[in-house]
Design a binder for this molecule. Structure first.
Ligand code: PEP
Length: 259
């Protein structure tokens, strides 16, 4: 069945030395914790990718970036290409995080172009989708998430879905301390799996990993990860502390779900 995948999104936190300390602590903790069912990804800021890669080498922890540009190269000052990310050891890249959509105006069209560019460069996209509080209150959560998923994967070939992850991150739950209830998360995750099924077929949909993100912490991780369609977490705040991040990994490892 599906593995759990727990990813830490460090956002614009950690200097190089902070990142090194955090990566060492996570690696040390995981070396002491057998994790048969859980895969772990860390997504530090760009400037720390290379150093963190050295620390996690051969540990089973994968490296991810927090963004990528949709073009191959050129006069795009300040941007980072998919090939550059691959060259420093990235296997994954977060695409379309709600903070990128909100503060940097990223559209579904751009998200789609980034997903395709990542795949072309052998990077695995972690595509973020989720509704705002206003959209949830207006009862259009499923419409919004469906539009975002269809937009992100428009033209992506079925076999390429296997390389992707979707993170359902209700915007109202990110960094706010408010978490979706396990039932609210399950409801949307099930819809997302249905969309993957429509696009890529049942076999791929059953193996497809859908993470939950939005104030996941050790105290609520077990209940969220116990839902049949919740296959891991994209963790912001709680990933900046090795103990709480490792406790979430432990919660995934010991959840009763048969996944
Ligand atoms: C995120 O930004 O992806 C996230 C889920 O953040 P937090 O865990 O802090 O809500």
């Amino acid at each position: 069945m599906r593995p759990f995948i727990i990813a830490g999104n460090w956002k614009m936190n950690t200097t190089l030395s902070d990142a090194v300390v955090l990566a060492r602590a996570i690696r040390g903790g995981l070396d002491d914790m057998p994790t048969d069912r859980v895969r772990v990804i860390v997504c530090p800021p760009f400037v720390s990718l290379s150093s963190v890669h050295e620390i996690i080498r051969d540990s089973g922890i994968a490296l991810g970036a927090q963004n990528v540009h949709e073009r191959d190269r050129g006069a795009y000052t300040g941007e980072i290409s998919a090939a550059m990310l691959g060259s420093v050891g990235c296997e994954y890249v977060i695409i379309g995080h709600s903070e990128r959509r909100k503060y940097f105006g990223e559209t579904d069209v751009q998200v789609n172009a980034k997903v395709k560019k990542a795949l072309e460069n052998e990077l695995r996209p972690i595509v973020c989708v989720g509704e705002s509080l206003d959209e949830r209150e207006r009862g259009i959560t499923v419409d919004v998430v469906s539009r975002q998923v269809r937009g992100a994967f428009d033209g992506v070939e079925a076999h390429n879905f296997q390389k992707c992850i979707i993170a359902y991150e209700p915007v109202w739950a990110i960094g706010t301390g408010k978490t979706a209830t396990p039932q609210q998360a399950q409801e949307v995750h099930k819809v997302i799996r249905g969309l993957v099924r429509d696009a890529a077929g049942n076999e791929i949909a059953e193996r497809f990993v859908i993470q939950y993100g939005g104030s996941m912490k050790p105290e609520n991780a077990g209940d969220l990860l116990g839902q049949p369609d919740v296959d891991g977490g994209l963790i912001g705040g709680a990933s900046l502390n090795a103990d709480s991040f490792l406790a979430i990994v432990q919660a995934a490892e010991s959840t009763g779900r048969n996944g």
